[in-house]
Write a protein that binds this ligand. Structure first.
Ligand SMILES: [Zn+2]
Length: 327
């Protein structure tokens, strides 16, 4: 009997050992190294292409670092300071105008000393109905020759390099300013057909205004780059910190220098029609952690000086998020 029992125990132990070995193998394959399993979903949010979602991570912990990843893009969080809001961290999640509709994970890592835990939010990217825009432009503004193409590529590289290092501190304040009070064309994200050829979608908003009209910085920041590019014309790139940039193109004049700190509402240039433009207007663009978002979504963010409650989406079961409605 004793022998039989021992044999049984040995077999059981062996089976457990094999099962543990298999589990370890499965988890190591799925990249489960030193992190918590990403099986519990902590909430679900939803927003349209080109919108900004506010993601709240409620936590009482002090001295923590909160960082998220969505579709391979980093989402940086900052402490909640709005009056009447629960303690925690807030992140602005940009949905790129060309993110493919579907549901994706937003994985958030909360690190305190050596301890780390993660939250997983499901984010639904909803299709936005963008307009189709037909433009008639001089042939040389659409079909670049070899020299023009080389210049355009070098300019793209220059922008990429300048915007590669995100300021790790939040420079913006809850006071977004519309850079020009002009005629909004509502063509953010529009599919562009130039001289009958499909081109990249319009990655900003155009505001019609006479040449020489003042252009204001939408918020506090640092002038990261000033350019005179083939398509953008004279332009300014402002770095507002934590992966958030605003762009101002086709200016007739640039009134700021690279590295200069600017305040919300400060005049940084004048409206013009430089670069590829059919008439005087401001092209206003915003990039949030690499995502091209509708700049007007900024003005709808609940980051006013006064406290404003954040409305959770119907199926969110923890945290809160709102999609700023596109104008
Ligand atoms: Zn434009």
């Amino acid at each position: 009997m004793t022998q039989y029992g021992q044999f049984n125990m040995f077999t059981l132990g062996g089976v457990i050992g094999i099962v543990l070995f298999l589990l370890a193998a499965i988890f190591s394959i799925s990249g489960f190294s030193g992190q918590q399993p990403a099986i519990a979903f902590d909430g679900k949010y939803s927003g349209k292409q080109g919108q900004i979602l506010i993601v709240k991570v409620p936590t009482d912990e002090e001295a923590v670092r909160v960082q998220g990843t969505f579709l391979g893009r980093a989402v940086l969080f900052f402490p909640e300071t709005r009056a009447g809001e629960t303690k925690g961290f807030v992140g602005l999640l940009g949905i790129d105008l060309q993110d493919v509709p579907g549901t994706y994970d937003l994985t958030i890592q909360i690190t305190q000393m050596e301890h780390s835990r993660s939250l997983v939010y499901r984010v639904e990217v909803v299709k936005e109905k963008f307009r189709i825009e037909h433009l008639k432009l001089p042939k040389d503004k659409v079909d670049l020759d070899a020299q023009g193409l080389a210049r355009w590529k070098a300019e793209q590289e220059q922008v990429k390099e300048a915007l590669a290092a995100d300021s790790q501190s939040k420079l913006w304040e809850p006071k977004f300013v519309e850079p020009v009070n002009g005629k909004r064309t509502g063509i953010f994200g529009s599919v562009r057909i130039m001289n009958g050829q499909a081109r990249n979608p319009h990655n900003g908003e155009d505001i019609g205004a006479p040449t020489g009209t003042d252009v204001a910085a939408t918020n506090d920041g640092v002038v990261r780059l000033t350019v005179n590019h083939i398509f953008s014309g004279k332009g300014v790139f402002l770095d507002h910190g934590l992966g958030f940039y605003s762009m101002y193109f086709h200016l007739s004049e640039v009134l700021v220098k690279e590295g200069e700190a600017v305040k919300a509402g400060q005049i940084i240039g004048k409206v013009g029609a430089t670069g590829r433009a059919t008439g005087p207007h401001l092209h206003w663009g915003v990039k949030l952690n690499g995502a091209r978002v509708n700049p007007y979504a900024l003005l709808d963010l609940p980051f006013k000086a006064e406290a404003k409650s954040v409305i959770p989406t119907p199926d969110s079961d923890s945290g809160s998020a709102v999609g700023a409605p596109a104008p």
